[in-house]
Ligand binder design. Structure first.
Ligand code: DGJ
Length: 695
């Protein structure tokens, strides 16, 4: 038995079976002999079942009698080796964990399972073909058992402009399954699930969260078996024939990243946040407020106009100017030009130099948009190399946003794109790259005609890694039509995500609420758009748009040249407000409080950030829709220092009239958690900001 101890979590692993079995993943156990845990939880044989109890190991085996979905699925020619049963082989310590190796001499397979526990529990698997014939792998899915009393699930629905929408589900018998074939993390199938004790909330209940850290196709599966046991299984979804292991070859699964808390969802999500914050790539400098040109000018580029926009932005306090789509090749609209990563002489006759010099002269950084994994049929690149498109010969390719995926697993295509992007970064003073990916995969085949999404996903990582290595000071943003590529593997190589193409503050409230369960605010791109949202047509006050975008890596995506003096002054105030609270927002712990619901829809929601030492906090109370009662209940803030005395002040939002009469009141952490504070009536689609300081 192996006992891993984390700060708030213990894991006990039985390695004697062959494939390791997680016997306990949950609350710290104190001083205990791990073998006792194994004995305490040992299941007896039952009538009407097999004469063995097959464990839910990290790769549950049909060959051992497991009746759920096997962790490994595959076969050799003729259908053999389809139901392996591994035997113990070796165990060795690794940083914060253990690697357990098991072999199946009959099937000719070796399995290495690495399990570590730090801020999160991580499981990664490697399968090696040790036979002299090839092995066709269908799936290798790390699996974690979940205790029987976790009978409720929290999953996430989504689509373009509506990512990360939380959905509660009873987890009775049967399975919940999510399968993503988009070739990117996807809007629709967020690779994240929480299981918990019935009714678990932000600050109560036991919660187990599982995330598939992968930017390609994935599957996530949660089953309550007829024998009462539960497990969550997740990993890469492979197309037929996508992985064929020749003798000696191996396959490595994506990592499953998991978190546990016995104090609710908010502390559980800190595991995910702390894990990301411990990554070498995680940004450690102040996140520059940026202006993104997309909703400001779309494809209507001109050096003079963009220089004016930059001048105007700098005067507002913007610190980074990001030139979005439309600067390259023949890209005058979204029907052409992708793949031609050279500055368009048509719109930039003197190159980008004058614009960049202007931006830098204003004291701002310069950022640039690219979409390296794509090609338009109407592009020089495609005309020269139609064979580099990731399509299946013999079929008319399915277009998405008029574009095809470029086969980055083709070495020449990879080298070509690398050289072009390298030249852009080498020849220009660029601090930041917004890396977009705007279509799903369909019939994505490599040169051999076999499914190529896995190879493409690995090539995407390799290209980004190579560019980062060549340009170590450049930061990268992961964007995919908004939030279709937000996961912990891409965040090993990106400093920001674009959370959604929807800048509508009302929609954003829910999107960011959901996203905050996986990523901290400093990684979450959040922009103030025009008063009338481009994607929904809704109109919101600057105050609501601001209080919403404040909780993220702030940006402005608005043609600020169209603002009158009053609007400019208020926007500058908002930017200054963000800059004032930025150190707290980007280093503290994100907190959420159970929302007031109308059915499954939040009518009001309260969330914010607590300083790591709990001496300061910034909290938003957002009214999303008319609630059932005229006044929402008092805001109760759990998790502060019980005896500390906090001054609670309203922070006025530019242009908002709302006044809280009790602003300045002093209350202890215990009082804030128990009776809390009653805020005044707010109309739907508005927010209020509170600042707390310990005396
Ligand atoms: C989709 C992105 O999400 C937008 O922000 C913008 O960059 C467009 N692509 C540009 O084509």
């Amino acid at each position: 038995m192996i006992h891993l101890r984390g700060e708030h979590t213990d894991v006990v692993i039985d390695e004697s079976f062959g494939v390791p079995v997680v016997v306990h993943w949950g609350a710290p156990l104190g001083e205990v002999d791990p073998a006792t845990i194994g004995r305490a939880l040992a299941r007896s044989l039952v009538p009407g079942a097999l004469d063995v109890v097959a464990p839910i190991s990290v790769v549950p085996e049909h060959g051992a009698g497991f009746q759920g979905r096997p962790g490994l699925s595959g076969h050799r020619q003729g259908g053999t080796a389809w139901a392996p049963r591994f035997q113990p082989h070796a165990v060795r310590s690794v940083d914060n964990g253990v690697e357990v190796v098991a072999v199946d001499a009959v099937a000719g397979l070796r399995l290495a399972c690495t399990i570590t526990l730090d801020e999160v529990l991580t499981v990664q698997l490697m399968l090696i073909n040790e036979s002299s014939s090839r092995y066709l792998l269908d799936s290798l899915l790390p699996t974690l058992p979940i205790p029987a009393h976790a009978a409720e699930l929290l999953t996430f629905d989504g689509r373009w402009t509506r990512e990360f929408h939380p959905v509660r589900r009873e987890w009775a018998s049967g399975a919940w399954v999510s399968e993503n074939r988009a070739g990117r993390t996807s809007h629709e199938h967020t690779p994240l699930v929480f299981a918990g004790t019935p009714g678990f909330g932000e600050w109560h209940g036991e919660v187990w969260g599982v995330h598939v850290a992968w930017s390609g196709n994935h599957t996530l599966f949660a089953e309550c078996m007829p024998d009462g046991r539960r497990y969550v299984q997740g990993g890469e979804l492979l197309h037929p024939g996508e992985v064929c292991l020749q003798p000696g070859q191996s396959y490595q699964s994506p990592k499953i990243v998991a978190t546990y808390s016995n104090g609710g969802l908010t502390p559980a999500s800190w595991g995910f946040h702390r894990s990301l914050r411990s990554q070498p790539v995680h940004p450690r400098s102040a996140r520059p407020v940026l202006l993104n040109t997309w909703e400001a000018v779309y494809f209507d580029h001109s050096t003079e106009r963009l220089q004016e926009l930059a001048t105007s932005a700098a005067a507002l306090g913007v610190e980074r100017f990001v030139l979005d789509d439309g600067w390259f090749g023949g890209r005058r609209d979204d029907r052409r030009g992708l793949g031609d990563w050279w500055v368009s002489p048509e719109v930039y006759p003197d190159g980008l130099g004058p614009l960049i010099a202007h931006v830098r002269g204003l004291g701002m950084e310069f950022g640039i948009w690219v979409e390296p994994e794509m090609v338009n049929p109407d592009s020089d690149l495609y005309r020269e190399h139609p064979e580099w498109a990731l399509t299946t010969p013999g079929y008319d390719p399915v277009l998405g946003r008029n574009q095809l995926v470029l086969n980055l697993a083709h070495p020449d295509a990879f080298a070509h794109v690398f050289e072009q992007l390298d030249a852009v970064l080498r020849d220009h003073d660029v601090a930041y790259v917004k890396w977009d990916m705007n279509r799903n995969h369909v019939q994505a085949s490599g040169s051999d005609g076999a499914a190529g999404t896995r190879a493409q996903t690995l090539a995407f990582y390799a290209l980004l890694d190579a560019l980062r290595e060549r340009h170590p000071t450049v930061e990268f943003e992961s964007c995919a039509s908004g939030g279709a590529r937000i996961d912990h593997e891409v965040l090993r190589r990106a400093e920001r995500v674009w959370t959604s193409d929807c800048n509508d503050a009302l929609e954003r409230q829910t999107i960011q609420w959901g996203a905050s369960m996986l990523i901290p605010f400093e990684l979450m791109g959040a922009h103030i758009g025009p008063s009338r949202s481009h994607t929904t047509g809704r109109v919101h006050s600057l105050a609501f748009r601001s209080v919403t975008a404040l909780f993220g890596h702030l940006g402005v995506e608005w043609n600020v040249l169209t603002l009158d003096d009053g609007e400019r002054a208020r926007l500058a105030e908002v930017i200054a407000l963000h800059q004032r609270f930025r150190p707290l927002l980007h280093s503290g712990d994100a907190v959420r409080f159970d929302p007031v619901l109308n059915g499954q829809i939040a009518a009001t929601q309260v969330y914010g950030v607590y300083a790591a030492d709990r001496r300061e906090a910034l909290i938003v109370h957002a009214t999303l829709t008319a609630g059932m009662s005229l006044l929402p209940p008092p805001v109760r803030l759990q998790g502060l220092q019980p005896d500390a005395r906090y001054v609670v002040e309203q922070v006025p939002l530019p242009g908002a009239m709302l006044v809280w009469a009790a602003s300045g009141i002093v209350l202890t952490g215990t009082q804030l958690a128990t009776h809390g504070v009653q805020l005044p009536w707010q109309h739907p689609e508005s927010g209020m900001l509170l600042h707390l300081r310990a005396l």
